[in-house]
Design a protein around this ligand. Structure first.
Ligand SMILES: C[S@@+](CC[C@H](N)C(=O)[O-])C[C@H]1O[C@@H](n2cnc3c(N)ncnc32)[C@H](O)[C@@H]1O
Length: 209
């Protein structure tokens, strides 16, 4: 299984060419709640979303475990702060440090127990009432549903040696059942990685009590 950082460079260098995928436009009202606090982006990849945010004047901390991703992001969005973070090792940020955390296509590489743990860690880093905006591969994604893959656990596969989790409504609901209020969760099509990709787009609010 190729779980290391080294696999990501080639994928990320080819993403976003000629298509900017401005999926965050519909969430601008929510993003505005973080005008005074940096937005944390987890798994920033090539930095497309980082640039979208910095061009709107938001302060952003862009995190990834791939130095190549961080370098691409530095070139695309030089105003962003960069941090090398491995999501599987716990987020190196204090409790309630952020109003908005973004994770586009970066939380779907892990076994279910680890995925739950990461999302709870994201919740810890959000202020009460703060927001997570996230996108996940869908079980209806035409690329992955057709791809040759080896199942590791339910909806979690090795595809070309890379781990990939695919989400359906049940797993999105399960992931955000404890401690979250889901504001929006629907399937959408993105072209960021070339062909049509079906993703779950989720906005969830940290709920307390
Ligand atoms: C498909 S890319 C998504 C990039 C970007 N957010 C986007 O929407 O285009 C997935 C990103 O998650 C990062 N990633 C994967 N596993 C990670 C981990 N354990 N810790 C931190 N980043 C990780 C990869 O390095 C890659 O940049």
């Amino acid at each position: 299984m190729r779980t290391g950082v080294e696999s990501w460079g080639e994928i990320l260098r080819s993403s976003g060419r000629g298509y900017e995928d401005p999926w965050l436009e519909r969430w601008q009202t929510l993003l505005e709640t973080s005008r005074k606090i940096p937005i944390l982006e987890l798994g920033c990849g090539g930095g497309q979303d980082t640039r979208f945010l910095t061009e709107l004047g938001f302060a952003v901390i862009a995190a990834d475990f791939s130095n190549e991703a961080l370098e691409l992001t530095r070139r695309r969005a030089p105003e962003a702060a960069l941090k090398n973070v491995d999501l599987t090792r716990g987020l190196p940020f204090p409790d309630a440090a952020f109003r908005v955390i973004l994770a586009s296509l970066s939380l779907h590489y892990f076994p279910w127990s680890k995925t739950l743990q990461i999302v709870q860690d994201v919740r810890r880093c959000l202020q009460p009432g703060g927001y997570l905006l996230a996108r996940f591969n869908s079980t209806r994604d035409p690329h992955y549903s057709a791809a040759e893959k080896q199942e590791i656990e339910e909806n979690f596969y090795l595809v070309g040696g890379m781990p990939k989790r695919l989400f359906d409504r049940t797993s999105v609901d399960a992931l955000f059942r404890e401690g979250w209020e889901v504001i929006g969760a629907d399937e959408r099509v993105t072209l960021r990685y070339g062909g049509e990709k079906v993703v779950w787009e989720v906005a969830a609010r940290r709920a307390d009590g």
